[in-house]
Design a binder for this molecule. Structure first.
Ligand code: PLP
Length: 361
């Protein structure tokens, strides 16, 4: 039988971090930067509600959630679009902006979905080099050609954990041709308490050539429901609504996200927890000559360059102790691994295991 011929897809598909251990339910997953404290108890209550409606289609424009977003983040309701994860927003932006042979600039060590969706629509991906794992504005500018349509960056960046400060971001926008869309992904902004940092949304709310990405997958703890949002000029948003699958955001996701936004106590608690444990774990690793950059998110990129054992060996020893972290092979970062900050009991166990591993090398 003949299979009708389809397009050649020359792309490495996204491989999520290891999410379990065979025949062992009792593992600790610190590989995907998920919310360490779970989800707001108010959201949890939704699932006990017996009258949840599932036979009706959801609101295709997620108006309830967009109202809550515009109120909480003091931004324009009409400039918000919701997606099945910020993932889907990235896909729609690529569909809207990129033709075959257009160019996109991404930092070399960046979230893999930017390159995947850019390539799917036939664009050419150009990588800018980071400077000691920090995004280099100069290097991004160097890669610009007449074909450049979009620059994507996450701030703080995943997987490096570094960030551009307010002045650097403004400088980048200034130096970049006005016709190029700058996409700033705020996925981890809540965790970045450094004084010189401002989120993309707060910096570029009124900008016509900056597009902001936000997610409910991280601090709000809704990763499995797939929900995120984009913010940009009304004209961009209106065009995106034409591309958007009509019922991309399901009713339960919208409802949970709306409740999650209103629980500021939970968000504050998560931020405090992350600050406390993030710095504690960072210092612990420094005792063993494993370095990481200043805490700016809910994960650490641990560099084993000066350590007596390799990241790979250390990772296998963690796994022997039921702890899963993210290897950096796919990202092509040498001798490093990415560790998400867990809940208190997970972190306490991690500290014990780390000490034990280093005692025995
Ligand atoms: C985790 C993450 C996201 C979230 O993606 P969703 O599709 O919303 O789950 C977005 N951007 C970056 C850089 C991330 O690390």
């Amino acid at each position: 039988m003949t299979i009708p011929k389809f397009k050649k897809i020359n792309i490495e598909s996204y491989k999520p971090g290891k999410s379990g251990i065979k025949n062992n339910k009792n593992y600790i997953k610190l590989s995907a930067n998920e919310s360490s404290l779970g989800v707001s108890p108010n959201v949890r209550r939704i699932f006990n509600n017996k009258s949840l409606i599932t036979n009706r289609y959801p609101d295709s424009k997620s108006k309830l959630l967009r109202k809550a977003i515009s109120k909480e983040f003091k931004c324009d309701f009409n400039k918000i679009i919701c997606g099945a994860g910020s993932d889907e927003i990235i896909q729609m932006v690529c569909q809207l902006y990129l033709n075959k042979n257009d160019e996109v600039i991404l930092p070399e060590f960046s979230f893999l979905m930017y390159r995947i969706y850019s390539k799917i629509v036939g664009a050419k991906v150009k990588f800018s080099q980071e400077n000691n794992f920090k995004i280099s504005i100069e290097n991004i500018i160097k890669k610009v050609t007449r074909k450049t349509k979009i620059v994507f960056l996450a701030n703080p960046n995943n997987p490096t954990g570094t960030y551009l400060n307010k002045f650097e971001l403004i400088k980048l926008r200034k130096k970049l041709n006005k016709k190029i869309l700058l996409v700033v992904d705020d996925a981890y902004h809540e965790y970045n308490l450094n004084k010189d940092y401002v989120s993309g949304l707060n910096l570029f709310k009124r900008s016509k050539n900056v597009f902001i990405l936000r997610t409910f997958s991280k601090i709000y703890g809704l990763a499995s429901l797939r929900i995120g949002w984009g913010y940009g000029d009304k004209k961009i948003i209106d065009a995106l609504y034409k591309i958007k699958p009509p019922f991309n955001v399901n009713f339960i996701a919208e409802k949970c996200a709306t409740i999650a936004i209103s629980d500021k106590v939970f968000v504050r608690k998560s931020i405090r927890h992350n600050l406390l444990w993030g710095n504690k774990i960072k210092k612990l690793f420094e005792d063993y000559k494993v370095s990481s950059s200043k805490l700016a998110s809910n994960f650490l990129l641990l560099n084993f360059k000066n350590c007596e054992i390799s990241a790979k060996l250390f990772m296998s020893k963690l796994l022997n102790n039921r702890i899963i972290v993210r290897g950096m092979e796919e990202y092509k970062i040498k001798n490093s691994l990415r560790l998400s900050i867990g809940n208190s009991s997970e972190n306490k166990y991690l500290v014990k295991v780390v000490k034990k591993i280093f005692k025995n090398v």
